[in-house]
Design a protein around this ligand. Structure first.
Ligand code: PRP
Ligand code: URA
Length: 210
């Protein structure tokens, strides 16, 4: 598994504003979108392309376009939805599938409550969006789901991750083709399974308390 932790002052600046408990939902949503676009640049480094011939106003030349089958972007509901717009701005031709997951805040076990994905993901490059990688339960279940449907490789973009979650995903995926692109690798999980220093509950901060 490859793990890329962003190291860019603009990303750290935006993450600091995101973490700040005084940041209101509207600004939180805007920052989330901007951060995804910055992280997506790294996450799509290996996106498959095919060569095409085009004509500029000056001459003929060879370029590339995103190959088919098209990549698929999978936000994990609910908080991952806040990352979708920023991602599809960068790859507008991507398909979008959805996974709805929620973790039980007592046991920290995830459960899947919704799924809208193609039955066959063979040969598809999958980009999973979830702002928080805490214990790794939710992302781990999402990755298994995609590989069971035939996905070839999975790249997950998370704004914040705990070392415990990264380790759990590493153990789970073994030598399968998985990449994690992280805005920050934080210090640890607290006794309630929250990332420290973290940003609190990402879904609540994006959309309000349910
Ligand atoms: C949050 C977050 C992840 C999960 C991370 O979702 O968006 O999906 O928790 O925790 P884990 O790594 O320990 O599984 P939550 O279950 O709060 O649902 P929500 O997005 O609907 O708020
Ligand atoms: N889910 C969140 O939204 N925040 C955390 O810190 C951990 C899980």
């Amino acid at each position: 598994m490859r793990v890329h932790v962003a190291d860019h002052p603009l990303i750290t600046h935006k993450l600091t504003a995101l973490r700040d408990e005084r940041t209101p939902s509207a600004v939180f949503r805007q920052l989330t979108e901007e951060l995804v676009t910055l992280l997506a640049y790294e996450a799509t480094r290996s996106v498959r392309v095919e060569e095409i011939d085009i004509r500029t106003p000056v001459t003929e030349t060879r370029g590339v376009r995103i190959a088919t089958p098209r990549p698929i972007v999978v936000p994990i509901l609910r908080a991952g939805l806040g990352m979708l717009e920023g991602m599809v701005k960068l790859i507008p031709t991507a398909e979008v599938g959805f996974l709805g997951m929620v973790r039980n805040e007592e046991t920290l076990e995830p459960s899947t409550y919704a799924e809208r994905l193609p039955d066959d993901l063979s040969d598809r490059q999958c980009f999973v969006l979830d702002p928080m990688l805490a214990t790794g339960g939710s992302l781990g279940a999402a990755i298994e789901f995609l590989f069971k449907r035939g996905a070839q490789d999975v790249t997950a973009i998370c704004l914040l991750a705990a070392p415990e979650g990264v380790e759990a995903i590493q153990k789970q995926v073994g030598d399968r083709d998985v990449t994690l692109v992280l805005g920050s690798l934080d210090e640890r999980l607290n006794e309630k399974g929250y990332i420290v220093p973290g940003l609190g509950d990402a879904g609540d901060r994006l959309y309000g308390t349910v």
